[in-house]
Design a protein around this ligand. Structure first.
Ligand SMILES: [Zn+2]
Length: 468
């Protein structure tokens, strides 16, 4: 009897080197557009004159038992619905990972290609009218991009090996600033300028959390890769050279500590109303110098946070998603005709900045069509304590904070700009206040709260269901 009890205990305590271990693989592919391809980021035509650093798509594939999932982070301003749909379909075919379990996120680099949307179509149509073909689009970049994203997932799957996972958050309070302010005239303005005497107070919070998911080789315990999520808009570099912006320096800084093979996957948090501009001083904050300052500081914060991460014992991979149909703003035929006509004035001084934004927005609405927009919310559970939420669009920070507050998981990472780039997703409060992000938003007020509500529901559903 004693022998049987000991045997039973031995079986119970035996390390579980079986199908239920979590495996992961990582891969990087180059997605830099050719020289001369249009760049995204601003309301004017700009072509790239080369690269400061290559743009990458970094794929992370997870497998536990028969559950498979993939996360891809791209150095791009956004992922178009067309490209994400095509890439997920291709990847599903090549790897067997269900398309629903694949998330494709953009870091929001403003120094990457302009390959989708109303502005790209406008410049492209103009070029075709003038030259018969578009000299700046000699390659089908969206098609190549979808193929490269799928190949990144395939490579990551092939590299999968047993891993351990730890997670937690570090605090970074010095780099990000809510960019909306109450002004003396009673309005709310975005980026009112450094030391502007008309600023009364900031209109919203930041999210100081750097959410981290850290992966180590199960055997050697060597760190392989990490997902870090931080809510800070990328637009520090400028110019005409392609660049990944500050996540480049985050990776450099992590590689100094963890070796050249370490892969840093940066997910952008909900930062629709947050950027790096500190209005309390006059110092310039632009260029690679600023990107380096931000990325290096973020790297220090991440490295400092690694020792405090919690190793996850109850690993349990699962993915749930829900598509929320959110009402779109409606414009009259006359307003739409006016906007289509005014597109020619984009990038000139004939329209004010906000009129350009409104023109672009109405044109984008017309181009996409429909009365509602499907916003896909994905939740990836890694353990009983850790989950990652993927949301489309540039999401206001209050929505991300609300998701984290309501989440039953100890650590919840919320990543924006996943799978689609339907513009800003403001809060009801911000819709009432107005300013740039609101003029640029295509959804109706309340859509952001509906999307956040769906994420919270999925998190609650996933928290206890079927934990291994
Ligand atoms: Zn932006």
């Amino acid at each position: 009897v004693r022998y049987i009890i000991l045997l039973a205990i031995a079986i119970l305590l035996a390390p579980s080197a079986h199908a239920d271990d979590l495996s992961a693989g990582v891969a990087i592919v180059d997605i830099t557009p050719p020289v001369g391809y249009r760049m995204s980021g601003y309301f004017r035509e700009r072509k790239n004159t080369g690269k400061h650093d290559a743009l990458h798509a970094k794929a992370l594939v997870f497998k536990q038992g028969d559950v498979h999932a993939a996360l891809v982070f791209c150095d791009l301003i956004g992922i178009s619905l067309e490209v994400s749909t095509q890439a997920r379909r291709l990847a599903a075919k090549q790897t067997g990972i269900p398309a629903a379990n694949i998330l494709i996120a953009a870091t929001h680099s403003h120094t990457g290609p302009l390959y989708f949307g109303a502005l790209r179509k406008h410049f492209h149509d103009q070029a075709v009218k003038q030259h018969g073909s578009d000299p700046l689009e000699r390659v089908d970049y969206p098609k190549q991009l979808a193929e490269r994203l799928a190949s990144a997932i395939e490579k990551a799957q092939a590299a999968a090996r047993p891993i351990t996972l730890s997670s937690g958050v570090a605090q970074e309070t010095t780099l990000s600033f809510n960019r909306r302010f109450h002004m003396k005239d009673g309005t709310v303005r975005f980026n009112p300028g450094k030391l502007n005497p008309s600023i009364v107070r900031v209109a919203g919070p930041i999210d100081p959390e750097v959410g981290m998911i850290w992966l180590r080789d199960a055997k050697s315990e060597k760190p392989l890769a990490a997902i870090s999520v931080f809510a800070l808009h990328l637009d520090t570099v400028g110019g005409t050279l392609c660049s990944a912006d500050y996540p480049l320096y985050l990776e450099k800084s992590l590689r100094e500590t963890y070796g050249e093979k370490f892969v840093s996957l940066f997910g952008i948090g909900t930062c629709g109303d947050i950027n790096h501009v500190d209005v309390s001083h006059k110092r310039p904050q632009k260029g690679q110098v600023e990107a380096k300052r931000i990325g290096t500081k973020l790297g220090e914060t991440v490295v400092g946070g690694v020792k405090k991460l919690t190793p996850q014992a109850r690993l349990s991979l699962a993915v749930r998603s829900k598509t929320v149909d959110v009402p779109l703003q409606q414009y009259s035929q006359a307003e739409t005709a006016q906007a289509l006509n005014d597109m020619a004035k984009i990038g000139t001084r004939q329209l004010s900045f906000l009129d350009q934004v409104r023109t672009y927005k109405i044109t984008a609405l017309k181009q996409r069509g429909g009365k509602t927009i499907p916003l896909e919310v994905q939740v990836f559970r890694f353990s009983d304590e850790v989950a990652l939420v993927g949301l489309p669009g540039e999401v206001f920070v209050d929505l991300g904070l609300a998701i984290k507050r309501a989440s039953p998981f100890k650590t919840t990472l919320v990543v924006e700009l996943c799978n689609d780039a339907p513009g800003y997703i403001p809060t009801r409060k911000a819709f009432a206040e107005g300013s740039y992000e609101i003029v640029n938003s295509r959804i109706r007020t309340g859509g952001g709260e509906a999307m956040a509500g769906a994420a919270i529901k999925l998190l609650k559903q996933l928290h206890d269901v079927g934990l291994k």
